[in-house]
Design a protein around this ligand. Sequence first.
Ligand code: GLN
Length: 480
Amino acid sequence: MIDLNTLTITKAHAHLLSGDFSAVELAEAYLAEIEKKNLSLNAYLEVFDDVLVQAAEADKKLKNLKTAELPNLLGIPLAIKDNILIKGRRVGAASKILEGYIASYDATAIAKLKEAGAVFLGRTNMDEFAMGGSTENSAFGPTKNPHDPSRVPGGSSGGSAAAVAADMALAALGSDTGGSVRQPASFCGVVGMKPTYGAVSRSGLIAMGSSLDQIGPITKTVEDAKILFEAITGRDPKDSTSEDNTIYRTISSRGRSKGKTVIGVPRSFTHAKGIDADVLKNFDAALARLARAGYVIRDIKLPSVAESLPTYYILMPAEASTNLARFDGVKYGLHRSGEDLLGDYFATRGNGFGREVRRRILLGTYVLSAGYYDAYYGRAVAMRDRIRSDFDATFETVDVIATPTTPTPAFKIGEKTGDPLEMYLADIFTVTANIAGVPALSVPSGSVSVGDEKLPLGIQFMGRRGEESVLFSVGERFAA
Ligand code: GLN
């Protein structure tokens, strides 16, 4: 008997081609798992009612097309984060303010997946408007970590990561502005990848920080992440910041020492105070494994990297407050009436947005306000330039930069909700790739025992812009 719920995309594709099961049977297996687990895990906000119709469509193609014409995502059941638009379906960024809102077009990534014949199982839970690192900021209750339901799955793509980890989806899409794909992937023991800024179109992704946002895959294997990434990457006229990934696939040799790939480790950053001892032990063991596999491990400086977190928490709210101005109760979703138009805005936004979203709108408008613009936003923009130059210089001498994905394993539900700063610190290793615009991949690196539970950990690899292929190759070697 084939266990349909633990397959990878590659294996499922091979089985579908040889007719071992149909796309409908595959989809049924995932629906059954969702039925069993979603009530307790709360990974999906909605399971679509036409999943089997979509799967039957895929079966038709499987029957009628030649093998060479069949894309590897045909009939593959995917979970989609609730901030990625699928035409004609509800989408809400896990916010009350988008109550009743129906997407009027497909995100470009979705259009590409439709073209490939993928099956969409449903939309997954997330921190409201992708603001958070635990999925506790959802207006629809937290998602639980499948490895220990008293803990968070990470966030903001916590629903997508939990769905994949709990075999409720074969793979998923998330979005990553400061770590929202990689951090939950790490907390849930699966693979997560943030593409180079511009490698995947942002058209149809509900915007958070537009200069940082990317859609990325959450999968069971590095190979699957590569398949999903290749399916959604490419220039799109609907997103002027998207680019054809021209250097993708061309493995550069700039950092190589005698033909070997060099992995840089910014030790003063990764081994700083406050990083969990078990995380460091696991990270050091991972580096030793990479060295045994033939990689050159080199200590590097990356001087401004520690400034990434404060830079992110100025740029991101500035952009988010601007992006969220459009939710005024007139054009989208929720409408609450006040005395006059301004009253409508107050009533709608006051009722529709949760606490964290309101906090970031306030932070964002503050750092952009006339008297403070230069002191905060202006300096953060300058710091971003410095961080980028640091990365560029470093990538002259190394091919990949490695860090732990997160400073701790998954924390308890409620543990950090009272202290936003504590929560923000969890992003210390991930935000830097968004600031620098470089691709980053989180791969499971083992686990740590906490009480009776084994909690997954992840290692993060960052690469040069456009060099996803290097990350995939290092990640696959590491996972093997
Ligand atoms: N945890 C980060 C934040 O709260 C990252 C969010 C994201 O990547 N969408 O901003």
